[in-house]
Design a binder for this molecule. Structure first.
Ligand code: FAD
Length: 406
């Protein structure tokens, strides 16, 4: 299983498409522990939506020449009997409209946005949450620092060992930071790896037995769809306009979307491959775990091959094939290289942590990232739920821990 994650000041939000979906009440209550009340979470979801400023693509974009592939997806999905809607994105779409007017260099309208947006308008975390933190004047950034280890000192403080690197990753110096309270937010894979290693080496004694477990992939499935009957011309506008939710049965809830094919796929081909990307994801009971590999001195993932088989064979695969139709070639990239863009869990709520991200039995140690999710995002892309869970946690941590633990 290859786990993809963003790297930089803003994390995955720098390069993610930004699909910002909130699970329905029925799916949420079926997938998440009862301790998370949906009505309360709903308020936090709205805070996230306001903070990152989400909007669906306006008609002018959906009808623009390079957005033929989204229109084909919508028409074919509806013809196959699926409901289709516009997907909320953390984007000021007027920047994409400025591209249509020739006022700025294309980024959205040619699919370049798959690698980050260079002309503005994307509300990634560096210009939303992190900028808000900067404005307090109490944030000290240490860019180009790679944390290699986390440990608990004899006095019960937290010791973070990092290597400062240059922009090519070459080590420059080792930095050790000691703090009474530490919030880990390196993402599901990286937080899990650090905790599992710290547990195995006794760097943090008495970490819960569950550390590294409850890890899930969101059942991500990424297809390259080449149509023999439809026009899917390039360059292709993005990142995402339309998606199809199939959430009526919470146990089989899934979502299928179309995303622009990145220009790099086309570079050097010299021909238009008449292709686009279809992505499916949904709920799955399968969970993997991170385990320490002493020979490699790092935690590695244990994941059962085709662990997400049920949702894939019953829902995602058939729905994608129905949209594409018979006159198509579908390359199921996960069948070639199993991968996920949506890792979740590993320091999960209710087992390794409490519901506010406090690591059980470890005063002053918190996890507030995708690792805290219980291996599921309820058939949604995970970033909105990760942020809403963190919003809920911060409200309580500020109320209950600041002044005592912090
Ligand atoms: C290509 C792609 C497209 C995606 N599209 C969507 C989408 O449309 N919608 C959606 O909701 N989600 C999407 N995702 C998933 C989304 O990006 C993640 O779910 C989300 O960013 C996870 O948030 P996080 O806070 O858990 O961790 P991250 O966003 O991964 O942040 C972790 C941070 O920690 C840093 N870090 C990690 N390890 C270390 C270390 N050892 N030392 C120092 N720093 C470290 C990283 O640089 C990063 O800044 C996509 C992901 C990818 C890869």
């Amino acid at each position: 299983m290859t786990v993809m994650s963003g790297c930089g000041y803003g994390g995955g939000s720098l390069t993610y498409q930004g699909m910002t979906l909130q699970p329905s009440r029925a799916v949420f209550e079926s997938e998440f522990p009862a301790a998370l009340d949906y009505d309360e979470m709903d308020r936090h979801y709205r805070t996230v939506a306001d903070t990152i400023g989400i909007a669906t693509a306006p008609d002018r974009i959906a009808e623009a020449p390079t957005y033929e592939a989204p229109r084909v997806f919508k028409r074919r999905a509806e013809a196959a009997g699926f409901e289709v809607e516009r997907i909320p994105m953390p984007i000021n779409w007027s920047f994409a409209e400025a591209e249509l007017d020739g006022r700025v260099k294309p980024s959205y309208t040619n699919g370049d946005c798959a690698f980050g947006v260079n002309n503005g308008g994307k509300h990634s975390l560096d210009v939303t949450y992190l900028r808000r933190a900067e404005r307090t004047g109490r944030l000290e950034k240490r860019l180009l620092h790679r944390v290699d280890g986390v440990a608990r000192t004899r006095s019960g403080e937290w010791e973070v060992t990092a290597v400062r690197t240059d922009e090519r990753g070459t080590p420059q110096e080792t930095v050790v930071i000691t703090t009474p309270a530490l919030v880990m937010a390196a993402g599901s894979g990286n937080t899990s790896k650090m905790l599992v290693r710290a547990r195995a080496l006794g760097m943090i004694p008495d970490l819960p037995d569950a550390t590294g477990t409850d890890w899930g992939t969101n059942a991500d499935r990424i297809y390259v769809w080449t149509s023999l009957s439809e026009r899917l011309p390039s360059p292709q506008g993005g990142p995402v306009v339309f998606g199809s939710k199939d959430w009526a049965d919470p146990a089989r809830a899934n979502t299928v979307i179309q995303a622009s094919i990145p220009p790099i796929v086309l570079a050097g081909l010299g021909v238009d491959p008449n292709s686009t990307i279809l992505v499916g994801y949904g709920v799955s009971e399968e969970r993997g775990r991170w385990a320490y590999d002493a020979l490699a001195d790092r935690a590695t993932l244990r994941w059962r091959h085709e662990g997400d088989r049920v949702i894939q064979t019953e829902k995602i695969g058939p729905r994608v094939r129905a949209v594409a139709g018979a006159a198509s070639v579908l390359l199921d990239t996960n069948a070639v290289v199993p991968s996920t863009w949506h890792p979740m869990g590993g320091a999960s709520m209710g087992t390794t942590c409490d519901f506010e991200g406090r690591v059980q039995g470890q005063r002053g140690l918190y996890v507030l990232d995708g690792a805290l999710l219980p291996g599921t995002a309820g058939a949604c892309n995970p970033s909105m739920t990760i942020a809403a869970v963190a919003e809920r946690a911060m409200a309580r941590i500020v109320r209950d821990d600041v002044g005592t633990v912090i």
